[in-house]
Design a protein around this ligand. Structure first.
Ligand code: GLN
Length: 482
């Protein structure tokens, strides 16, 4: 059953060839058997999931394709009555009192929640090593990282412990782990999906999205997740297209740009060769591939590591030991409670970001760092706008390397930050981006990133879907988890 895609499972459920309860129990058994090695879940909601599955099986009114499909949620989506930790000691005792909007929409569609997945603390990271609950392991090689920060969500799908999952992407956290684990992951346009009930990291960049085996599966999930929400003032009130129907439209004549800056220096030659092969498939489908330029691309990481920590330092000020989350033992006074609660419960990377962000926003440095970074952000958006005057999509690798070893980069934050070199500009511009598996290099997955213009998720989903009709990389399962 776990070898079927979400779309195939949905058909089998609708035809009553399988029940949601059977499918859900099957995944729970797989989680029990395999997650000890992978550490992809923080919380498994076995009983609740079986209850939801029984309800889905009994419900004759709900006709959503997603009815009865078991998925996993990154542990920063609030879901009513369940622990929502954000991978942090700070929220180890936090039980969400409400559902995030996307969780509510998926529940209404009859989706079953298997559990909450492991992640870098507060979504800060590219390797899923910084979780309070321990590092997540890559199912293709358990001595390696799965990418991050949505590493648990990527692993749960790659090892077929869930039909699909939700992740969030602030600088690459859906696309980069999708690439390193060999699955398909979509970061929607900023504003396409409500952020209400998603624990905030950097609010002007954060966006939730689907992670699944195929682009088609992502389209089904996005269909339900997308749309305006009164509770999120940055969610955009635009009609939601029929993403699933759009998948079958032709891609013939689509223009795809390859940014020369991404291919110029130092790109791993084997990754470049995989990209070349993928381009040949797209060309055979009638796409036209041409060089483009994103002249400010090299500034993206520097700008991001001012803007994201600045927003994080403000968002994370709410964790003060007073309202919710961790409180230190026997505080002497208020000041002591603030400072010890935060010192004891935040991990190293989170503290580093809070310090960088606070510094960048302080009087005297604000203009030199924060304002400057915002100007660069504007230039990066303009580069993409110019590109989209000439092309329908921008193509690049998703990540500069395949999955690296656990502990290989954890002592060197700057090297770690470079993992997101191809993905971060897309968040700064607020554009949609998708990662699709394009093959294995020494047994480890390689991903290709496709980026389209604002609210043109249909374009990249269609390109990825049609690429997947011609290839089978996305269907490969790591040998120990077949
Ligand atoms: N790796 C980036 C960071 O650490 C992006 C993380 C994310 O997208 N949540 O900020």
């Amino acid at each position: 059953m776990h070898k079927l895609t979400l779309a195939q499972q949905a058909k089998a459920l609708a035809a009553k060839q399988i029940s949601s309860e059977e499918l859900t129990r099957h995944y729970i058994d797989r989680i029990e058997a395999h997650d000890g090695q992978l550490n992809s879940f923080i919380t498994v909601l076995a009983e609740q999931a079986i209850e939801q599955a029984k309800q889905a099986d009994a419900d004759r009114h709900q006709t959503s394709v997603l009815k009865g499909i078991p998925i996993a949620l990154k542990d920063l989506f609030c879901s009513d009555g369940t622990a929502t930790t954000c991978g942090s000691k700070m929220l180890d005792n936090f039980v969400a009192p409400y559902d995030a909007t996307v969780v509510k929409k998926l529940k209404q569609a009859g989706v079953v929640t298997l559990g909450k997945t492991n992640m870098d603390e507060f979504a800060m990271g590219s390797s899923s090593e910084s979780s309070f609950y321990g590092a997540v392991k890559n199912p293709w090689d358990t001595s390696r990282v799965p990418g991050g920060s949505s590493g648990g969500s990527a692993v749960a799908v790659a090892a077929r412990l869930a039909s699909a999952s939700l992740g969030t992407d602030t600088g690459g956290s859906i696309r980069q782990p999708a690439a390193l684990c060999g699955i398909t992951g979509l970061k929607p346009t900023y504003g396409r999906v409500s952020r209400y009930g998603m624990i905030a990291y950097a609010s002007s960049l954060d966006q939730g999205g689907p992670m699944a085996v195929t682009a088609e599966d992502c389209a089904y999930l996005l269909q339900t997740m997308a749309g305006h929400d009164d509770k999120d003032s940055t969610s955009v009130d635009l009609p939601v297209p029929d993403y699933v129907a759009d998948l079958e439209q032709t891609v013939k004549g689509m223009r795809i740009g390859m940014p020369k800056e991404f291919f110029e220096q130092g790109l791993d030659s084997e990754i470049a060769a995989h990209i070349q092969h993928a381009c040949e498939v797209l060309t055979s489908l009638g796409c036209e591939i041409k060089p483009i330029s994103l002249p400010n691309a090299e500034l993206a990481i520097a700008a991001y590591y001012v803007i994201a920590p600045a927003e994080a330092s403000s968002n994370l000020s709410r964790y003060d030991g007073a309202r919710y989350g961790y409180r230190c033992q026997n505080p002497r006074d208020l000041e002591d409670m603030y400072s010890r609660s935060r010192s004891e419960a935040f991990g190293e990377e989170v503290k580093r970001r809070i310090m960088i962000g606070t510094y960048a926003l302080s009087a005297g440095y604000y203009d030199a760092y924060y304002i400057k970074a915002q100007k660069i952000r504007r230039l990066i958006s303009q580069d993409y706008s110019q590109a989209f005057a000439e092309v329908d999509a921008v193509l690049s690798p998703t990540a500069p390397t395949t999955a690296f070893k656990i502990n290989e980069k954890s002592d060197d934050p700057v090297t770690m930050y470079l993992s997101d070199i191809f993905t971060i500009g897309v968040n700064l511009a607020g554009l949609p981006g998708l990662s699709v598996p394009i093959g294995l290099q020494s047994g480890l997955p390689v991903g290709m990133q496709l980026v389209s213009n604002y609210f043109k998720e249909d374009v990249i989903l269609r390109l990825a879907h049609q690429y997947q009709q011609q290839t089978s990389h996305h269907l490969q399962i790591p040998a120990s988890f077949e």
